[in-house]
Ligand binder design. Structure first.
Ligand SMILES: [Zn+2]
Length: 423
């Protein structure tokens, strides 16, 4: 399925079709820059039959970078999103993604472990992995371990030894220490291939990597002949975006958007035997369990129902953004006090897509490391839930329906009864 259409043709096709463009600042310079780049080959199957399904210009390059001043947040680096759909392996990816925009430093903050609901999910996932793979007194590597919350959980629950790789790890952080875990402030790369592990886990990293097959090939090389090493990955599920219209999950940091079929395809291509691909976290995530294999002849296939949803997505996206734009305009007109609950990717994406900086002043988040910081691109101040007692909002926009119950409960405990809406 190669050679159906050239990169140059795709580019012309994209511009001639006049796909909806959601733009803050149109930048000819950036468009020209992309014309010179070569990101129109599917990063999973290398096919060039890519269909443009959505274009969003000039979104913040990092949703999870914290900005200590509003002016800095407003000037945050930006990039374009051009989502392409590969009709061969069903993968969706941003072919305007430029890796040079990405730099993960210690200011990167994406921990979700402050939410009781998320904490409960992570707990049940760790206990599932420990039970399923008898992880007791074993060695576990986590790639992209963040602040280490999940790795520490796996290590403590199963008396395991954990090795966490993450360039954004803060070595002086004292509140999550465990003797069972060692952190290496670095990217996991071929130079660590001699490390042995019973489980290699990697959550919410693969979607950030512009060459996922190279990344997995390196891991496969590191595993070598160790047939029993289980490889476990978790990524966002693009079906939640396409079917449930979780459109605020489309962010610049994610170059890849996996469904079951494309995720299994990628693992099979890089010499893993796929044991299982499951939807978790109310369908928002996909997990894959795989074992090293010697050939790809046994590729496990999943449903390709995604294609019908891809066809409808562009107009559905337009409609949803339009509806929210009207709601935001009304909030402004009526002088209502509205806050967004959730300063993670979804919240940042929501505020930037809708240009909501003049209608919404504050974003609530449970993570104390975010309080007092400002949202990339639109500059809202991030506050703790307690701030709402004084602010008395009329409307709370809940970014993730999975947290609705705990948010309503917290509001009730503060004797607040604003209107709550799921974004
Ligand atoms: Zn493909």
């Amino acid at each position: 399925m190669r050679g159906c259409i050239t990169k140059y043709q795709i580019l012309n096709y994209a511009f001639s079709r006049q796909f909806p463009v959601w733009s803050r600042k149109k930048s000819t310079q950036i468009i020209m820059e992309h014309q010179l780049q070569s990101f129109f080959i599917c990063p999973v199957c290398e096919c060039t039959d890519i269909q443009l399904i959505l274009e969003i210009q000039q979104v913040p390059a990092h949703c999870n970078l914290l900005w200590p001043e509003r002016e800095l947040a407003l000037e945050a680096p930006r990039g374009d999103i051009q989502l392409g759909y590969c009709s061969t392996c069903t993968h969706i990816y941003n072919y305007a993604f430029a890796p040079r925009h990405m730099e993960y430093t210690q200011a990167y903050e994406n921990s979700l472990h402050f939410s009781p609901h998320f904490q409960g999910y992570a707990n049940s996932l760790a206990s599932h992995l420990i039970d399923r793979y008898a992880l007791h007194s074993k060695t576990i590597i986590e790639i992209g371990s963040g602040k280490g919350d999940f790795l520490i959980m796996l290590a403590e629950m199963g008396n395991n030894h954990g090795l966490g790789f993450d360039p954004s790890y803060e070595p002086d952080l004292t509140d999550h220490r465990s003797d069972r875990v060692t952190f290496i402030q670095d990217y996991y790369s071929e130079k660590y291939t001699d490390l042995d592990a019973d489980l290699i886990c990697c959550r919410h990293v693969l979607e950030h990597i512009d060459e996922p097959s190279t990344f997995l090939t390196n891991i496969r090389r590191a595993v070598g002949e160790k047939e029993g090493t289980v490889v476990f990955f978790e990524v966002p599920n693009v079906m939640y975006t396409l079917v449930d219209m979780g459109i605020w999950d489309i962010i610049y940091e994610h170059c890849s958007y996996f469904n079951r079929e494309s995720l299994a395809w990628l693992f099979s291509l890089t010499d893993f035997h796929v044991r299982d691909v499951r939807e978790t976290f109310s369908g928002q995530f996909l997990t894959i369990d795989a074992l090293p294999a010697d050939n790809i002849g046994n590729r496990r296939e999943y449903s390709r129902e995604i294609s019908e949803h891809v066809d409808r997505f562009t107009s559905n996206y337009q409609q949803k953004v339009g509806t929210w734009q009207e709601k935001i305009d009304k909030i402004k007109e009526r002088g209502q006090k509205a806050v967004v609950w959730g300063a993670g990717s979804k919240g940042v994406s929501f505020l930037n897509t809708l240009n909501a900086e003049h209608a919404i002043e504050y974003v609530v988040d449970l993570n104390p490391r975010k309080h007092g910081m400002f949202v990339a691109g639109t500059g809202q101040k991030i506050v703790s839930p307690g701030f709402l007692k004084e602010y008395q909002p009329d409307l709370v926009v809940i970014m993730n329906p999975n947290y609705e119950k705990e948010i309503r409960q917290m509001l009730a405990e503060m004797n607040l009864a604003p209107i709550c809406r799921i974004a």
